[in-house]
Structures are given as C-alpha cells and as structure tokens.
Write a protein that binds this ligand. Structure first.
Ligand SMILES: N[C@@H](CCC(=O)N[C@@H](CS)C(=O)NCC(=O)O)C(=O)O
Length: 232
C-alpha cells in the first residue's frame, strides 16, 4: 500500500496545484495543514530546510518539496490515466517554460504588490507585472486562443500551474482594490481564466473565492499613498 501525504496550506496556490494533480490522477492522499508561521512549522523546517515553504509531498516517507518538481514526480510515478504534461516534447518544453515564467518572473512581482508595504514598490511591481502579463497575453494569441496551452483539450499541467494568474491574482487585486489584470488590456488571459474557472474540476478544487478574499483583505498590505503625499 502506497503512502501519499501532502503538507500544505489552504491559501497556497502551490499546495492546491499538488492537490489538483493528485485528484486528476485519482491518487488517494492524506492532507496535513502546516502550522503557522510556515517558516517555523517543525515539519517544514525538517523536510524543506532550504526553502522553508509549503508544499512538501511525501511518497512512502520520502519528502519532495517545490510544487513544479512535485507535479513532474507525480506525473512520472503514476503514469497510468491522465497525464499532466502534454505528450508532445515541444509542448512539454513550452509548458515547463511558461510555468517557470509564472513562478520566476510573475510571482516575485505578485508578492511585492501584495505584501510589500512601500507604496512605490507596490506600484512598480504592478507595472512590471502588467508588462509580464502582456507577454502571456501575446502567447495566448499565438496559441490561436486555445484555452489549453498544450493543445490537449483537458485540464493538465499548465492549467493547474496557472491558477496563480487565473484565480489568485484576481482575488488579490480585488482585495487590494487595484486593477492589474482586466478584460480590456488582457482579453485573452481573462477569457482563458473564465473558461478554466467554469470547468467543474476547477470549481470543485479551488478554495472558495469569498474565503480567499477575506484572507487577503486581512493579510495583504493595502495600497496607501504615503502620508506626506496626501498632505501636499
Ligand atoms: N516555489 C515554491 C513556492 C511555494 C511558496 O511560495 N509557498 C508559500 C505559501 S504560498 C510559503 O510556504 N511561504 C512560507 C513563508 O513565506 O513563510 C513552490 O512552487 O512550491
């Protein structure tokens, strides 16, 4: 009997990616919610000492950190049934490329606009993020408006990975009352997001929007003009 466990945090898109992969593959697992603060959670410190982040996946006692690494592990280890990454090698490479783009280029700007308390840093991050989203918007146009990057008409790796943009970003911008990703400037990303969010699999496996919104309203740093600028 295989032992499959996930140490996660309900707000984390990275944890949800792994849960979605396990559900798509039909793999049973035990979910463990990390203790807050995550960096100090004893299990996180023990099993992900380098990054000290959720998620950490455990297969038969062996820990694996980093959501993208975990998704590939799950795909390779449970080959039967739905595959997450596209079969075509070029499409696979592109899926990995755009996943890396979202995590390495977009995520740092998302973190800054959401959690940094400095007004200038936040505004700059929102601008940078919009520039990055333009690249994704153009990629979707090249993809001939195919809602699924890999061209395989199903939820897979790219759809799971992109929840950071297609779901979380919308909730975060609503919580902070800012406008970054909108239908006028990014019609293709918004259409892609709408279509994805109308899939029953997505609806069933994402945290409820209102709950997520309440979390970000409480923990994100609002965009407030510095005092001295208000008085001028
Ligand atoms: N690159 C990581 C990112 C994971 C990540 O950023 N996790 C956040 C939660 S959304 C975390 O654990 N943060 C802990 C902290 O910053 O204290 C992955 O893909 O797994």
């Amino acid at each position: 009997m295989e032992e499959v466990k996930l140490l996660g945090f309900w707000v984390s898109p990275f944890s949800i990616r792994v849960e979605m992969a396990l559900k798509l593959k039909g793999i049973e697992y035990e979910y463990i919610e990390a203790q807050l603060p995550i960096k100090k959670c004893p299990k996180i410190v023990k099993y992900n000492p380098i990054y000290k982040k959720v998620p950490v996946f455990f297969h038969n006692g062996k820990p694996i950190p980093e959501s993208l690494v975990i998704l590939e592990y799950i795909d390779e280890n449970w080959e039967d049934g739905t595959s997450l990454l596209p079969k075509d090698p070029y499409q696979r490479a592109m899926a990995r490329f755009w996943a890396k783009f979202m995590d390495e280029k977009c995520l740092p700007e998302i973190i800054k606009f959401c959690y940094d308390s400095n007004y200038e840093v936040k505004v700059k991050a929102m601008g940078e993020l919009q520039e990055l989203l333009k690249l994704l918007e153009n990629e979707l146009i090249k993809d001939n408006n195919n809602i699924f990057f890999g061209g395989e008409n199903k939820v897979g790796y790219m759809e799971i990975v992109s929840i950071l943009i297609t779901y979380w970003l919308g909730v975060m911008q609503e919580a902070l009352e800012v406008d970054i990703l909108n239908k006028k400037e990014f019609p293709n990303i918004c259409e892609w997001a709408d279509k994805l969010m109308s899939c029953s699999f997505m609806k069933e496996n994402l945290p409820p929007r209102e709950k997520l919104l309440a979390f970000y309203k409480e923990y994100a740093q609002p965009l407030v003009l510095p005092n001295n600028e208000l008085s001028q």
